[in-house]
Design a protein around this ligand. Structure first.
Ligand SMILES: [Zn+2]
Length: 253
């Protein structure tokens, strides 16, 4: 059986996340990277990560949520990262359909900063603002996170190479690519190098990543088995970025 890891999910919204993952393992889904949606769910995600070892934790403030923060999120983010060396950052980013773009940018920069300071992968949400993200990444100079994951990627194809080579970016594809109406996401996938492709559910149901993997294989004209292995190995590379031991992943921990 092939192994899959959901590179971006929201298992905190599930009633029994650990049971979901136990069930998913029977389909070969051996891990899931759980992203926070608001700072209010950081504690839940950290608790989940402690309880179910194959749920990997990301904490951050989603651009939709920047006005709903009721505590000192910034020092809390730093505290958690300092005390939890295997916790990543996300999701964070920019969304042109939401207000306060200037404030969104301040939040995003703060996340990139933390990614650099603690050496953590940053999981990015971006809708219609890749030009600003490219500008911000450039202005970070050498103070960059070790890796970025562009989640549910549907950005312009002409930035993919630069993101991959300059910013060590990985591109995660969601169930959108199984629908031919989402041409931008499909075009992006066509232009994404094989060793940079990840797959995600973007939901509380990781089992959908198998359909996503099969759709990726079809679009990239490669055998489904081979594609699944490539994606799995790419995700392992993201996870083993000095954060999580290879062993913990291989044993399904
Ligand atoms: Zn998400």
């Amino acid at each position: 059986m092939h192994k899959y890891i959901d590179a971006h999910c929201h298992l905190q919204h599930s009633e029994n996340p650990c049971d979901v993952m136990i069930n998913a393992q029977s389909y070969g889904i051996v891990g899931a990277i759980c992203n926070s949606a608001t700072s209010n769910d950081w504690d839940d995600i950290l608790a989940l990560h402690k309880k179910c070892k194959n749920i990997y934790a990301c904490i951050g403030v989603h651009p939709w949520e920047i006005n709903n923060i009721k505590f000192d999120w910034h020092s809390s983010l730093h505290n958690i990262l300092q005390n939890n060396p295997d916790v990543m950052i996300g999701e964070c980013g920019l969304d042109k359909n939401y207000p306060d773009m200037q404030q969104q940018e301040q939040f995003f920069i703060a996340h990139l900063d933390a990614g650099h300071k603690y050496g953590r992968t940053v999981h990015i949400h971006c809708v219609g603002a890749w030009d600003r993200i490219m500008h911000i990444l450039k202005s970070c100079g050498k103070n960059l996170p070790p890796k970025i994951v562009a989640h549910s990627f549907a950005g312009p194809a002409n930035i993919i190479e630069q993101l991959a080579t300059k910013y060590n970016a990985y591109f995660s594809y969601s169930p959108m690519i199984t629908d031919s109406r989402y041409r931008r996401a499909i075009d992006a996938l066509i232009n994404t190098p094989m060793n940079r492709i990840l797959i995600e559910s973007d939901s509380d149901n990781p089992s959908v990543v198998i359909d996503v993997a099969n759709a990726v294989a079809k679009i990239k004209s490669i055998a489904a088995d081979k594609m699944s292995d490539i994606i799995y190995n790419n995700t392992i590379t993201v996870l083993t970025d000095g954060q999580i031991t290879q062993n913990a992943i291989i044993t399904g921990g």
